[in-house]
Design a protein around this ligand. Structure first.
Ligand code: HEM
Length: 437
């Protein structure tokens, strides 16, 4: 294996390489490609791609060697119009300064204050259900996580509906939905398709609303504990533009990912009565009334349910990087400017690390397991790991506990079809019928 040679990989076509195979089913394509070995070469959308399949190599890219990689150009360009230069999208000194300034807002001490909001909104989600009337569970979870996030960001006095924020957030994300991917990726940006115009108008609306809130708050000296207050009172002063980008980043990175995880939890529980029964047992045992953040520390099975759902269906189904210089891995050169794919989906279902990887078995998370750290990385790793990891884990467990304590869901569809868009999305409408316990 000589350094500099092209790694093995699936055959492609002239000009388009493997783009057609990728576009048809990215999850199946990456699983097949993984059989070629430690470093797999292919070509998508004009990029020379290098997919890594060894946890140790993935760990190196995200941790020890992270300085030799940046976020990939294609992802950052796509994100730029939604979140500007927020934490998810920035690099170098700006990123370092912002990460340090924002980190305290996500310490566990701070997240504990958000517990009540999380439980309140989950209770509201149950209150919206009527016995036997089926609902789109994904839609319900999107609404719930958006309500939680906005209240944690801005406090309770922001009326999402009155400010038109529900509709705007939905419209902004419309081009990213699986059914709209062909238009989003194949029709050039300058073509004014109505969906794009709606998304642009909605984006402008959200930005105006955030600016309004920011202006009001700059002039009031209220003693608040929300995320915005943490940023306004940070030791490193931030411009309004920077705060707005960070708020947009939290909205973009922090509500759909958690909503998807919760949606998958309800789907998987409805297919696995033993797991559901065990979850109920733990809730009956631990909860003394309404769930609290303290209960989260006592949960074992509830946490395992969330972890296992994220193993099978990681909302961030892959992480992309771009080497800023040539990097050697496994005897191959990953050239500067190429696309490096860290395929979360593939590692999470790799038989070397998981018995019966297709099975939903929360039990596998109870007790110690002997597997490499980066066989599982739903929140990434290293300095750029998800800043909202504790927030999301606390939120997911509190929403599952609050809702599962009162209600179960019965599927009205058979198979759950998936689409690996920007995030891993159900193609199927996740229509379910609630039953109160
Ligand atoms: C289940 C829910 C979530 C999942 C699966 C998830 C996943 C991820 C992943 C994989 C990354 C790393 C991306 C990379 O390295 O390229 C990331 C970064 C990030 N996430 Fe999350 N996330 C979740 C929830 C949240 C929440 C609730 C927030 C905020 C409220 C958030 C904010 C961020 C931010 C700001 C970054 C960028 C961090 C940086 O580069 O310094 N995420 N997330």
């Amino acid at each position: 294996m000589a350094t500099g040679t092209t790694p093995p990989g699936p055959d492609g076509l002239p000009l388009i390489g493997n783009t057609h195979q990728w576009a048809r089913d990215p999850c199946a394509f990456r699983e097949r490609a993984a059989d070629y070995g430690r470093v797999v070469g292919f070509e998508i959308m004009g990029w020379d791609a290098y997919m890594l399949t060894e946890p140790g190599d993935i760990e190196a890219v995200l941790t020890d060697e992270h300085g030799r990689f940046e976020k990939h150009d294609e992802s950052t360009e796509q994100l730029e119009e939604f979140v500007g230069q927020g934490l998810l999208n920035s690099e170098g000194e700006l990123w370092e300064r912002q990460r340090e300034a924002i980190q305290p807002a996500f310490f566990m001490e701070q997240i504990k204050r958000y517990g009540d909001i999380m439980v309140d909104r989950a209770e509201a989600a149950v209150d919206r259900l009527s016995r036997g009337v089926s609902v789109d569970v994904q839609e319900q979870m999107l609404r719930t996580t958006l309500e939680i996030l906005v209240e944690c960001m801005f406090g309770e006095d922001i009326d999402l509906e009155a400010r038109g924020l529900y509709d705007a957030v939905e419209a902004v994300q419309e081009p990213l939905q699986p059914a709209n991917q062909p238009v989003t990726f194949l029709v050039p940006d300058w073509v004014p398709v109505p969906m794009r115009r709606r998304a642009q108008r909605a984006q402008a609306h959200i930005e105006r609303e955030i600016d309004d809130i920011l202006r009001e708050r700059r002039w009031s000296d209220s003693d608040r504990n929300d995320l915005l207050a943490m940023l306004l009172n940070s030791d490193a002063p931030m411009s309004d533009q920077q705060i707005r980008d960070e708020m947009l980043t939290f909205l973009f990175a922090g509500h759909e990912t958690t909503a998807l995880t919760l949606t998958y939890v309800w789907d998987l529980l409805s297919r696995t009565p033993d797991a559901e029964a065990r979850l109920h047992e733990e809730l009956d045992d631990v909860l003394a009334g309404r769930p609290t953040v303290e209960d989260v520390f006592a949960f074992e099975y509830t946490e395992a349910v969330v972890r296992e759902a994220m193993r099978l269906y990681p909302a961030a189904h892959e992480i992309r990087r771009q080497p800023v210089e040539d990097v050697e891995i496994g005897g191959y050169t990953l050239p500067e400017g190429s696309l490096v794919v860290l395929p979360t989906w593939v590692l999470h279902r790799d038989e070397r690390f998981w018995d019966e990887p297709e099975q939903f078995r929360p039990e596998r998370w109870l007790g110690d397991a002997d597997r490499p750290a980066f066989a599982y990385f739903p929140f990434g790793g290293g300095p750029r790991r998800c800043i909202g990891q504790q927030f999301a884990m606390t939120e997911a467990q509190l929403v599952v506990a609050t809702m599962a304590d009162r209600v179960t869901f019965e599927r009205e569809y058979d198979d759950l079809e998936l689409s690996a868009a920007v995030t891993l999305q159900p193609k199927t409408t996740v229509q379910m019928r609630p039953r109160f316990r």
